[in-house]
Design a protein around this ligand. Sequence first.
Ligand code: ATP
Ligand code: MG
Length: 356
Amino acid sequence: MSRLWVLGAGQLGAMLKTAGRPLALDVVPVDIDTIDALHLHEGDVVTAEREQWPETLATRQLASHDRFINRDVFGTLADRKTQKALIDSLSLATAPWQTVTTDTRADALHTALGERVLLKRRTGGYDGRGQHWLKAAEPGEIPEGWHDQAIAEQAINFDEEVSLVGARDSRGNCVFYPLTLNLHVNGILMASLAPLQRLQHLQEQAESMLGTLLNELDYVGVMAMECFRVGDQLMINELAPRVHNSGHWTQAGAHMSQFEAHLRAIADLPLAPPMTKGITAMVNLVGTERNNQWLTVPPAELHWYGKSVRPGRKVGHININDSRPAVVRSALMALAPELPENYKAVLDWLAEHLRD
Ligand code: ATP
Ligand code: MG
């Protein structure tokens, strides 16, 4: 049996490995800094849990393998400039933007993009890092070292944030999960909820957008599309060529998780349209110590990543699934005293949107 190698050994790699077990798929996440020689074979498949990686012994070996799936996509999507240019070239809606060049000035950005402009570093940003707001009301300049390294985006006054996770197989068949409602606080995903009846009318629009991208890139595997909802119009915020945090709810809420969908696609196994069960709330555990009291609250399912805890670091998540929204809500309320104070707003947000 051939092996599926994952470039990167964080929580996404670990969850891919777990998802491979019932299918007897040999999934091997690889720490990018490993000094062990990898014994790759011709029939093996290589995928990645991250968009970008430094040149190391391991990444050189993995990325040069003949069956590194989507090899050419990572470069395009890892750089916000080429990612946004791709979205524009397909006439898909996204926040108006421009490149920050050597001589770009803040006032010129305000003239072109408006009162509030968000600078985003072209590469390496995640969880809201690598972003800088420019507000015409509080004059500021482009930070040192950001020229040529960033794009500038118009601030979007969105109603809410949603995402779509989809998968495409090598024959071009695409499947999609229902749209997910997401709560970001200071740029970090804190909670997700899916599926929601009231988002159903946007599903076709979202699938058409992501489907266009998947086909254009001849992509194989799972991709996530983060969007802003502005009325009935979706605008793409960003794309992730991998399994995505906003798809973690599928572990509890679908017959096939996003991790399994990705593996099926890259291993050339049949993909099937995901069937969802009930409603699922996902709460991200960010910078908080493990608390085994969480385990006393059914039907909460804990996924603890076993990483050291640091402020702002994603260290686990909890999925709560049931066919009855009231049961999900009760579980959230039972978790509240066992989570830090700042989670009150997150749990309230989930409880409110569970009403659908
Ligand atoms: P991720 O961890 O998902 O990769 P990120 O740090 O790479 O996130 P973005 O998703 O681009 O960066 O931005 C993080 C959050 O910042 C968004 O979820 C949204 O809440 C806010 N944001 C981003 N772009 C805009 C914009 N143009 N207008 C208003 N808010 C924005
Ligand atoms: Mg994002």
